[in-house]
Design a protein around this ligand. Structure first.
Ligand code: ASP
Length: 316
């Protein structure tokens, strides 16, 4: 069981908790490949997915995960809901509260909005991405993918490349990979690198060849244009030339280095399309597969906490 009511970020998770989640997710990954994918772990529980920002993979993944665990799952169409009529986030939360959901999965464009909501509702809240802050289930699914491909999740050299400044995926990943004692290198243009990031114990460079040298894992990120005001790069063509991953740049990494991308992918901007589809190097599809397993594991563990509270009246 987790020592938390919510999953708001990697920041509050211990190394042992991360391992517990990944070990359980491993079992769900196996179950998801079998003919019977269903269990009753969340039966009787209601899961509400509230996405205030567009999502393809994450929303579908949480929905499938909840259904496979036997929950009643509801997707709220936030653009079509009261939010466009001026209702505040807190009002929305109070309305939801009255319907007694058990699990609330939230994505929001503002950093910190999900934590604020968690203070106001009675259920367990899962952060499905808040602004440029955190995307914990993405980092957990990336960790599981790496552990399966490399056989371990420590003492690896992991290069995270691209738009670090606007990426919640980068932030959650560097926190998780650091906790598990890996060497993390951030590569990208200076304009897309948060100042002072070195203080988090990562190496920083704007040179792809130097950054990729000896890497076991190469994680590419999308240019988050929706979070940029103004020009951060000279042009997409120039960006691809210097920071886009192709076979020639990947040759600087270890010969068995794996290539990752959280999606959605911009082929020809941050990654070469042929390389992204190369099943000998790219684990992008496996990341999607592990996403369902990790979300099942996290919801299972949070639900155990909820049930324990039901039995004793206190959160243990
Ligand atoms: N899907 C990821 C996120 O929501 C990555 C991205 O959008 O680039 O942060």
């Amino acid at each position: 069981m987790l020592q938390h009511r919510h999953l708001l970020g990697i920041e509050g998770l211990s190394k042992a908790e991360i391992t517990t989640i990944l070990d359980l997710a491993e079992l769900y990954a196996k179950q998801n490949r079998s003919a019977n994918k269903h269990s009753k772990v969340l039966s009787g529980m209601t899961q509400v997915n509230m996405f205030f920002e567009a999502s393809t993979r994450t929303q579908a993944s949480f929905e499938i995960a909840g259904k496979r665990l036997g929950a009643d799952v509801m997707n709220m169409q936030m653009s079509a809901s009261s939010i466009t009529k001026g209702e505040t986030l807190i009002d929305t939360a109070m309305t939801l509260n009255a319907m007694h959901p058990d699990l609330l999965v939230v994505r929001h464009p503002h950093s910190g909005a999900v934590a604020l909501l968690a203070e106001k509702v009675n259920c367990a809240v899962l952060n499905a991405g808040d602004g440029r802050h955190e995307h914990p289930t993405q980092a957990l699914l990336d960790a599981l993918t790496i552990r399966r491909a490399k056989g371990r999740l420590h003492r690896l050299t992991i290069a995270i490349c691209g738009d670090i400044a606007h990426s919640r995926v980068a932030r959650s990943n560097l926190l998780l990979l650091g906790k598990m004692e890996n060497r993390v290198r951030l590569i990208g243009p200076r304009s897309l690198m948060p100042s002072g990031i070195e203080q988090l114990g990562v190496e920083v460079t704007d040179d792809m060849a130097a950054g990729l040298a000896g890497a076991d894992v190469v994680m590419m990120l999308r240019l988050q244009k929706e979070r940029m005001d103004g020009g951060f790069i000279p042009s997409e063509r120039e960006y691809y030339h210097r920071w886009g991953l192709d076979a020639a740049k990947l040759a600087h990494a270890k010969p068995d280095a794996i290539v990752m991308h959280p999606g959605p992918m911009n082929r020809g901007v941050e990654i070469d399309g042929v390389l992204a589809d190369d099943i000998n190097r790219s684990v992008i599809q496996e990341q999607v597969e592990m996403g369902v397993a990790v979300r099942m594991a996290v919801m299972d563990l949070l639900a155990r906490g909820l049930r324990a509270k039901d039995d004793t009246g206190v959160m243990v």
